[in-house]
Design a protein around this ligand. Structure first.
Ligand code: GTP
Ligand code: MG
Length: 263
């Protein structure tokens, strides 16, 4: 009996030690991650977005000319605020990357990976470790969160958004033979690989540009299902007619230009 108890206690000690080792390793690795959050008038949702993120190296909220106190809210909740008054989703993401590059020029060490996530609380930030782990472990260069294969709260993605994404992915498959299911905003990418992509789009073509360049340059890409919920605050793109038309046409134009060799 005594022997059994001793063995049991030894087993428990070993389990605790190995578990704490695992969490220590993953904590250190998340310190190598910079999160970029483009934000246009998202003061209501940002506290929850920032609150759900695990501790990472740094969080950059790129304030895209907001008038609702987004920058102040982001600062209060511990993010570093970058200001980019020129509107556009891609412009905000590019400003985040420029801020990272500035830090590196000033002697800071570059992050190992960058994670992009929206500021409207549609994405589940608590899934960040799952998304970024394959990148940190060097298994993949980019991991895309797919809302199509993940569970969507009813109304989170309107039908035009689902079909638009499907069409874009179908066209990318025709041009490059790649099987994407979504152009989701929640994604992780190796920092050096991201720099090599030389991203340029300043608005709605940003996500599709990254995916096209990734396949053209032979990056190792993986998709994982991610849940998606209804945004906090009024819809700016997918739930409005003008937003849908502008975003949809820009995405299709971007695919056509790369696919037909104009870029
Ligand atoms: N629409 C828009 N979003 C921006 C801009 N700059 C930054 N963003 C942020 O980019 C993210 C994506 O924009 P969303 O408006 O959520 O776009 P969406 O998810 O396609 O559609 P909705 O959630 O229905 O509006 C959000 O965090 C925005 O706050 C911009 O110029 N326009
Ligand atoms: Mg949104």
């Amino acid at each position: 009996m005594k022997l059994v108890l001793e063995l049991l206690s030894l087993h428990l000690k070993t389990s605790v030690t190995s578990n704490s080792c695992v969490s220590a390793v993953s904590d250190v690795a998340l310190g190598e991650v910079t999160v970029v959050i483009p934000a246009l008038n998202e003061a209501r949702s940002l506290p929850q977005v920032l609150g759900d993120l695990p501790a990472v190296g740094q969080v950059l909220v790129v304030d895209n000319g907001s008038t609702d106190g987004t920058a102040e809210v982001a600062g209060i909740h511990g993010a570093t605020v970058i200001s980019e008054p020129r509107r556009g989703y891609g412009a905000a993401c590019l400003a985040g990357l420029a801020a990272i590059a500035d830090q590196v020029v000033q002697g800071g060490s570059p992050p190992q990976a960058v994670v992009f996530i929206d500021a409207d609380y549609s994405d589940h930030g608590e899934m960040l470790p799952e998304l970024v782990r394959p990148v940190l472990q060097g298994e993949f260069d980019m991991v895309l969160g797919s809302r199509i294969t993940g569970e969507r709260e009813p109304g989170a993605m309107p039908p035009q958004s689902i079909y638009g994404n499907r069409l874009a992915c179908f066209l990318m498959r025709l041009f490059w033979g790649v099987r994407y299911t979504d152009l989701g905003p929640f994604r992780a990418i190796d920092y050096q690989a991201l720099c090599a992509l030389e991203m340029a789009d300043r608005n709605y073509g940003w996500t599709v540009e990254m995916q096209i360049k990734a396949v053209r340059r032979g990056l190792k890409v993986r998709e994982i299902p991610v849940p998606y919920r209804r945004r906090i605050g009024a819809s700016k793109i997918s739930g409005t007619l003008t937003g849908t038309v502008k975003a949809g046409s820009k995405i299709l134009l971007t695919i056509a230009r790369y696919g037909l060799g104009r870029l």
